[in-house]
Design a protein around this ligand. Structure first.
Ligand code: ASP
Length: 335
């Protein structure tokens, strides 16, 4: 049974939906969409028990975020709490479970953006912050900056009382083996060939505000100091109440060069495309045409959302205000 606060949140959603409804899709729509990375994720290479671990963790994250929204929390709170769950899991390439750099370290990037104020925060190349998404949020809310990197970002995280851990915390045998196996490769392992597991979330709260966040260890055997798209506002993360909230996963260099997250927002704003049309045009049109692998989650202010990806699979899921988690892993048909 919903309590009074939950009922209030629900009424605001119903009101927003009836005011701004532009499509014929039935309400309720999504209040939260998440991803755990795109890549070559094939049923044939997955065991039932590992698949279950992924499905359970994605469902758990969706329920944590849904509870935040149901209880009157903000979309920023929902995005952060979802990403913390995924960062704390060794299954995903973010926080615990981050991939290794060429010289055997874990350097993490994260960002978060508020669609209402369009404030944003990001950290890059952090190595001791347990939850980089919390450091990104602290940069947004507790500093006058948007992005901090390396030692400076870590000093700032300490000053904000965030939990710091030894580098060993980020060690997982699976990622270390991937790093060792890929050593000597002439190019960074491409996420089209391997699954990576960057995590991201986009959320819509009862105040009608959107937010987006992304967190990653980057790409296996990246050069030390390499920064991908995840912490770049407009590339891996973007949110505006005027258009949508976006979080990306894929080959970061392409996502930076093509300003993917902002491009989706701009297509909606300037060309009047829907969130589905805009994100499909970027992922399956522009990026596919240049062999840039990856996908996005994108959510608009009415709860319409899209999860296009041009790789064989993408860990992903969504949830409505009072529905059950919907989780998918493989091809675009939703299996
Ligand atoms: N986009 C991330 C990066 O390039 C990797 C990923 O999404 O898996 O750092």
């Amino acid at each position: 049974m919903f309590g009074l606060k939950k009922l209030l949140v629900l009424s605001v959603f119903v009101l927003l939906a009836s005011c701004g409804k532009t499509s014929d899709k039935p309400f309720p729509k999504a209040v939260l969409v998440i991803h755990g990375g795109a890549g070559t994720i094939l049923k044939s290479q997955m065991t039932d028990s590992i698949e279950k671990l992924y499905r359970n963790k994605l469902s758990e994250a969706l329920l944590v975020g849904q509870a935040v929204i149901q209880n009157g929390g903000t979309s920023l709170d929902a995005v952060q709490s979802v990403i913390v769950v995924l960062e704390n899991s060794p299954l995903f390439n973010a926080g615990k479970g981050a991939v290794f750099t060429e010289d055997g370290k874990n350097e993490m990037d994260a960002s978060i953006m508020d669609g209402n104020s369009r404030k944003a925060g990001a950290v890059a190349s952090v190595t001791h912050v347990k939850n980089p998404i919390m450091a990104a949020r602290a940069v947004m809310e507790q500093s006058e900056h948007v992005m901090m990197i390396g030692n400076g970002a870590e000093k700032f995280a300490i000053s904000q009382g965030l939990e710091m851990v030894d580098e060993d915390y980020f060690f997982t045998q699976k990622r270390f083996d991937q790093h060792k196996n890929a050593l000597g490769d002439t190019v960074i392992v491409d996420p089209i060939q391997k699954k990576y597991g960057t995590v991201g979330a986009v959320a819509l709260d009862g105040f009608g505000n959107l937010a987006a966040g992304t967190s990653t260890g980057g790409m296996t055997n990246k050069r030390f100091g390499r920064v991908g798209d995840a912490p770049i506002i407009g590339a891996g993360t973007y949110a505006s109440n005027e258009s949508c909230a976006v979080s990306a996963t894929g080959h970061g260099e392409f996502f930076i060069r093509n300003v993917v997250a902002y491009d989706i927002s701009a297509l909606m704003t300037y060309k009047g495309l829907t969130v589905e049309e805009a994100s499909d045009e970027v992922i399956n049109g522009k990026l596919k045409a240049i062999n840039a692998g990856g996908g996005v989650i994108a959510l608009d202010r009415e709860g319409n959302f899209a999860i296009p990806f041009n790789t064989p699979g993408m860990y992903r899921g969504f949830i409505s205000l009072d529905g059950q988690p919907q989780v998918y892993i493989y091809g675009p048909k939703g299996e």
